[in-house]
Design a protein around this ligand. Sequence first.
Ligand code: SAH
Length: 390
Amino acid sequence: MNKVYLKRKISPRVANGHPWIFGNEIEKTHGDCKAADIVEVYSHDNKFMGSGYYNPQSQIMVRLLSRKKSDVINDRFFFDKINYCWEYRKRLGYTENCRLVFGEADSLPQLIIDKFNDYFVIQTLALGIDVWKPAIVNAIQKIFSPKGIYERNDVPVRELEGLPQQKGFLSVPFDTKIIINENGLKFHVDVENGQKTGYFLDQQDNRRAIQHIVKGADVLGAFTYTGTFEIHAAHYGAKSVLGLDISEQAVKQANENAKLNGMEGICRFETANAFDVLKQWGKEGKSYDVVMLDPPAFTKSRATIQKAITGYKEINLRGMKLVKPGGFLVTSSCTNLVQADLFLQIIEMAARDARRKLRQVVFQTQSADHPIIMAMENTHYLKFLIVQVE
Ligand code: SAH
């Protein structure tokens, strides 16, 4: 077995449960360690730390898959892991749709599997997990007998691992525009051309949180993607709902989703840059009972975190100004670079600039099928806040 020995003076991160080992934390390797090989990791004083996959090309040279010496990393290992992930989701009440595997948070680093009823979308974002794709697909076949499996590996981060960007069927071909049920509503999911894996499952619990505040309300949603929050608003009794997204494709899909639920009379979607339109409407004195914002992560790197802070502050300021006194702002942030405390500070800064007083209604995180591991800050990424704006 190939072995990797860690340096004496490294942070206790790995010992404390984090699965990443950086190149500069490795003292030496034993054996012929090649990219994608499974290696055993030992501390400087020869204590077993776990086994994982190796890639000398990546800054994160080892990602641990197991902490148990007796675990053998083989096809059976992946079957058992994925089965365990499914048991966990079922236990939390997810039956039809869920993130079945959430990478590091499920001890399967860089593996994402989303389940949309009988269809599965997978991403293998590191070389060491990519080579196990056949075993992973086999496990899904065995556990679920699915109607289809699709690969959405058209993700730039794969290139850091020396992997190509690619997408396509991992099962017999199927119609990639599928329909899912969520909270009694129906949504088209385009697993081939939609954003990410086709649908944002991480907000599925949060969509229910708007139930009471939208009754009888005029609602404005921005960054709507396929209109999930907006169609929920209509379902929960909103008087009118307007949704905006910069992507024409998303707006088309959102309008189709409204139709699919018989909501096209209440709910409509338009293509727009939310930054421009919200600013303009603020100047014109337009107002809404509820404004909902779910912008993308404005940065991917800590070095440019200021960009994200400025973006969140600006859009929340513009959104807040459009809320009638006593109305509600529903706002999210999906980057782990802006942690919960900082997000609340940004919202507070926006409120100060807008000269509005905020009352917190709910503050929660991603849905429970995206587990948060306490020792891994970056597994805690979504912030979902509802405030009353006075
Ligand atoms: N709320 C959605 C997810 C939103 S993802 C859901 O739960 O499904 C963020 C969306 O913001 C994407 O659809 C993207 O197209 C859109 N977007 C990005 N920049 C934008 C801008 N400047 N104006 C409007 N929409 C934008």
